[in-house]
Design a protein around this ligand. Structure first.
Ligand SMILES: Cc1cc2nc3c(=O)[nH]c(=O)nc-3n(C[C@H](O)[C@H](O)[C@H](O)COP(=O)(O)OP(=O)(O)OC[C@H]3O[C@@H](n4cnc5c(N)ncnc54)[C@H](O)[C@@H]3O)c2cc1C
Length: 288
């Protein structure tokens, strides 16, 4: 491994000033679980790493927002989220998914900010956050902007973050009472593996009719994305098996799966069909 500088700023202002919008070899490091693997395999050779370890304030803690949703600091570890009573009572769908994400050694160290900024299309949390209406606070020397999580992922390991922007926190919208949510993680090899397909769904049922449905898929496509076709098939339709199957078919027809170690593109298309339907069915059984 080539030698590099390690900066440990104490404030967010110092941290963003140490990043460089033009230089890809300068990066932030949070838990380091993704970055260190890339460095060990020489996919990434830094000239400078900017550690976020000493930063406090906005990057830490969990609190309830006025709309009943949560604001989560970017340096919150995935294990802190997994064991948080606030998360469990507000978004049980997130707590359940976190327990299936990799293993406890990774979850103890990996952070929410690193999870999102890495832009790996196989990540478990992005599709869930997409269905829950999350937004990300991105801070740079030019100030703060809010990025809708659906606009964060722009391609394979690509995000809309500029190289000198840091995610400081994530805000998840409050959900109406009785909302139906589910995350269906399908692993083809072992239970703690990366997903072959991840499907998150969220909808409201009003007098037997589906309102405001959201369906998001990860691991099958080049970036996590919502399925507009599946959502259209569900909107204002009765909560009935044929409607859920129609929505699953619409997602499988609309999305463009890509092959990886976990399956071919055609296999993934079929897995999207199966697991969108299952996620919609299980959401109805679980309710939040
Ligand atoms: C063995 C293994 C198995 C895994 N299995 C799964 C799995 O099943 N499901 C799953 O979803 N994930 C899985 N992961 C991925 C894991 O979730 C990520 O590695 C982790 O979330 C990244 O967080 P981190 O804090 O370690 O990021 P880091 O490695 O520190 O950083 C990752 C990237 O994000 C950037 N970054 C970090 N923090 C910020 C910030 N606040 N603002 C801007 N940029 C930032 C860094 O510059 C870097 O480019 C696995 C990882 C490993 C190593």
């Amino acid at each position: 491994m080539k030698s590099f500088d390690l900066a440990e700023p104490a404030t967010i202002e110092e941290a963003v000033a140490l990043l460089d919008p033009e230089d890809k070899s300068v990066r932030a490091i949070a838990g380091g679980t993704a970055l260190m693997l890339m460095m060990k395999t020489r996919l990434f050779q830094p000239t400078r790493l900017v550690s976020l370890r000493r930063l406090n304030g906005d990057l830490r803690g969990l609190r309830v927002n006025q709309d009943g949703g949560l604001r989560i600091g970017a340096m919150t570890s995935l294990a802190q989220l997994e064991y948080s009573h606030l998360v469990a009572s507000t978004y049980p769908v997130l707590s359940r998914a976190l327990g299936t994400l990799s293993n406890i050694r990774i979850r103890n160290v990996a952070t929410l900010g690193g999870h999102l900024a890495h832009g790996d299309p196989h990540m478990d949390l992005p599709p869930i956050l997409m269905t829950l209406g999350a937004k990300v606070s991105a801070v740079s020397p030019r100030g703060r902007r809010w990025v809708d999580i659906c606009d964060l992922f722009t391609g394979y390991y690509e995000t809309s973050l500029i190289k000198d922007e840091l995610i400081t926190s994530v805000e998840i919208a409050g959900q109406p009472p009785g909302v139906y949510c589910w995350y269906e993680k399908f692993t083809a090899r072992s239970a703690d593996d990366w997903p072959t397909v991840g499907v998150a769904v969220r909808y409201i049922v009003d007098s037997g009719v589906i309102r405001d449905p959201r369906v998001a898929v990860s691991a099958a496509t080049e970036r996590p994305m919502r399925s507009a076709a599946a959502e259209a098939a569900l909107t204002n339709a009765p909560l009935a098996p044929h409607v859920l199957s129609k929505a699953a078919d619409a997602a499988a027809d609309e999305l463009e799966p890509i092959a990886d170690l976990h399956g071919t593109a055609s296999y993934k298309r079929e897995m999207v069909r199966v697991h969108v339907r299952r996620a919609l069915e299980k959401a109805a059984q679980w309710r939040r």
